[in-house]
Design a protein around this ligand. Structure first.
Ligand SMILES: [Ca+2]
Ligand SMILES: [Ca+2]
Length: 263
């Protein structure tokens, strides 16, 4: 199946934020009571280190399990289960562009890209060049490479490759751990886990944000008063003052499976 040859414009939109994760957006995997308010898994909650506020919600019951904030104030989303949004049926393997109001469009068609039906795309971020980076909830074979649930996988519009190799870190992340969400903060890769995970002398719980600097892991932050019974299903660094989108974005032709984004 033909793949687009141009480098996708989604990518260019990322920009670089110098903000830390004291300000971030998240979705819990189950209804989770924090600071006296129940946060739903179809709602994106913003935390500034003190307060929690609702940014937006999908229709009740449509669970978000992947999240990336674009500088254009649009969002990349993935769903935990197949669901209809705005008259389009989306698959758990898909990445959806949400305009923040009522517009949904497909930007990564998981099935068309060869992702097996048993895999669920469970994390979304972008590399420094803006390439899409994703993760899955089970071992997933793409382009002849077996990716683990804790791996982060770059897609450049043509091929899949390892962005973060969970078994190659020191110490390695156990293959029994799934990375449930991820993002970048400067040069750091930020991860959250589905189960308590021991890395060296530290054990990280599902509500904690763990940083990888290329050499070692460390506790980065965690939502205030996060209960141990919940996982962070989706995570995005907040970018309150985004740069304007670039002009002159390349356009793709033919059987697009990962389309360019509107300006
Ligand atoms: Ca998904
Ligand atoms: Ca994963």
């Amino acid at each position: 199946m033909e793949r687009i040859s141009c480098r996708v414009a989604l990518l260019i939109l990322l920009g670089t934020s110098t903000l830390g994760f004291a300000s971030h957006d998240f979705v819990p995997d189950v209804p989770t009571t924090i600071a006296g308010s129940t946060r739903q898994p179809w709602t994106v909650t913003h935390e500034d280190g003190v307060n929690f506020t609702t940014l937006f919600s999908l229709p009740a019951g449509i669970v978000i399990d992947g999240l990336q904030r674009l500088p254009s104030d649009e969002w990349l989303l993935s769903l935990e289960s197949s669901a209809d949004l705005g008259g389009t049926e989306f698959d758990p393997r898909d990445v959806i562009l949400f305009d923040g109001m009522a517009g949904y469009s497909l930007v990564f068609d998981g099935a068309a890209m060869g992702v097996g039906p048993d895999s669920n795309l469970d994390a979304i971020l972008q590399d420094t060049a803006g390439n899409l980076v994703v993760s899955f909830d089970v071992p997933t074979r793409l382009d002849g490479i077996d990716f683990e649930p804790a791996d982060l996988i770059r897609f450049d519009g043509v091929t899949f490759s390892l962005y973060f190799d969970a078994s190659a870190t020191t110490p390695p992340i156990p293959t029994t751990t799934n990375v449930t969400s991820a993002d970048r903060s400067g040069s750091l890769t930020i991860l959250t886990f589905d189960v308590p995970t021991t890395l060296g002398t530290a054990t990280y719980s599902p509500g904690q944000l763990v940083s990888w600097n290329g050499v070692s892991f460390a506790l980065f932050s965690q939502p205030l008063a996060w209960p141990g019974s919940s996982q962070i299903a989706a995570l995005a660094e907040s970018v309150p003052n985004p740069p304007p989108p670039p002009t002159g974005l390349p356009s793709s032709t033919g059987a697009r499976k990962y389309q360019t984004l509107p300006e």
